[in-house]
Each structure stands twice: as C-alpha cells, then as structure tokens.
Design a protein around this ligand. Sequence first.
Ligand code: GLV
Length: 327
Amino acid sequence: MAAKQNQENLPVVLVYRRPQFNLPHRNRLSRHFILLDPADSQEPTSSFLSTYAQSVRALLCVGYSTITSETLSLLPSLELIVACSAGVDHIDLQECHRRGIAITNASVAFAEDVADLAVGLLIDVLRKISGADRFVRGGLWPVMGDYPLGSKLGGKRVGIVGFGSIGSEVAKRLVAFGCSIAYNSRRRKPSVPFPYHANVRGLAADSDILILCCALTEETHHMINEGVMTSLGKEGVIINVGRGSLIDEKELVQFLVQGKIGGAGLDVFENEPDVPKELFSLDNVVLSPHRAVFTPESLEALIDLTSANLKAFFSNKPLKSLVEIEL
Ligand SMILES: O=CC(=O)O
C-alpha cells in the first residue's frame, strides 16, 4: 500500500517515441517518474495524447522521434522536452519557443563517445584501416604486394565545425595527437584557445581536415558545399558526426568520385538508412551507420542526465543541459 501511495506521488512524464526506438534503462527512470507511453497502448498516438496527456508538463523524446507543431498542439500543458539525443533538429524549435517550452539535449552525455568515433573515422581514413582490412581478407596481399601508404595524423591542421561539448572533446583528443586546431561556430568562444574562423570556407582553406560536430539548422543545412570542398582541396578529408544534411551529399559524392577531395569518414547521411551507392567502392571513404553515440556507457550517462533534468524541472531547479534556441 505504501509503495502504491509513493508511486502515485511521482511526477508524470510522457514518453514520445517511434516504435523502433526503445527507451534504454526504462526501469531506472520508472523508479522516479510515472512514464506515460502511448506506444504501450493500442490507441492511435493523437487520441492517446488528447485523452491522457492534457495535463502533462514534461515529455521525454526518445531517439529522433519527430515532434511537430501538430504534436505540440495536442499537449497544452507542456513546459519541457527532454531530448534523448544530441541533435534536436527533429523537434519544431520555433513552435517550442513560441509556446515557451524548454528543451534539454544529451550532447554532454554523448560527447566523449562521439569524439572517439570522429577520431576513429579520421585515423581510419588517413591510415586506410578498413581498406587494408578488406585487402587482407580478400586475399589480395600475396597477389598484389604492398598496400598503398597512409598519411600521418600528427601535424595535420584540423578545422572543427561546431565547438560545443562534442567539438571540444574532439579538439582535446587531436591536440594529444599533435594536430593544430582551428574552429568555426556561430560565434567566437572567449574560453577556447584555438583560432576562430567566422566563415567555414575560410576554415576549410586553412585546414587539411574538417570535422563536423555542429547542430543541423536552417543556417547549417548544406553548409559544406562545392565552395567549401574546393577550398579544402584535393588532399582534404571530411569527417561528419553531426547530421547528414550539413553536407550537400550529391556534391560530396561527386568530389569523392572525381578525386577532388582526399577522403571522408561519415557516420551520418542525408537520407538514412540509404547511403549513396557510389561511395561503396571508394577505399578512401569510411562509412558508419549513425552509431557515434551508442555505447552502453553513454546510454547509462544519458539516463543519468535525463533523470537529472527531469528532477531539476520538477523541483524548480536549473536544468542541466538546456538548449539555447536561437531563431
Ligand atoms: O546523432 C545522435 C544524436 O543526435 O544523439
């Protein structure tokens, strides 16, 4: 009876997810919150929300489940969206801003793992690890002899696009490898000791490698275009752990196929899970199926952060990872 009473006093959190997205460590969260999940019900989501979620103040958005203005219009009491993702481009930010809904994201929980993968992709592209692996497994070593030389990471000039928690973890790692770092972001960050470029094309012209760690917004959509890739040059390498649409993907494919840039390491694509087939035969391209954030450790950290944000909200304390909405 006492346990039931406690359960009834817990704050209610609406779980919003596409059926393919599971909420990791759900049991841990349900010790502190009553989780209202339309996916547990037979009812269509919109009628579930209209019937059961009218007084819900906090929503947990799992994966990249799209939250449109129509979804928001079904939730008149909503004050907070806790996104279980680093990127929040699947949420209608303008409508959230208009309705005064705060958003938190998970970049800080994921930053180290995403940075590790960015550096892993970069080393793979430069040292041709995946290509060499295919060479050995395909029995080509005895037939063709030496595999082509790779290129050294130390000493490279790396341009980081987006210098939030992920960009700064990438920089920390690459400084240790002996790279020089410069960055581009919406504005200069006084606490960052590296050279700032207000313009991505200028950053590309001064870099051997571009690593994309920024959010996808209207301004950053296709920011890596023909001009930027031309400035990066024939030996240049692009690593993308942000979102596919940061790059004009058709243009990237042309640049890679025609040898107008040196290589790419891509964890994200414009039309996931579809990846341009032209990339499959290129040994200077390393492909990963949007997995940068997924380690058991980062999922644990995600639940800690999610819980901390929700607890802060329900006790009127400052949120742990508030997203600044700039429109
Ligand atoms: O891409 C992964 C994320 O945004 O969390």
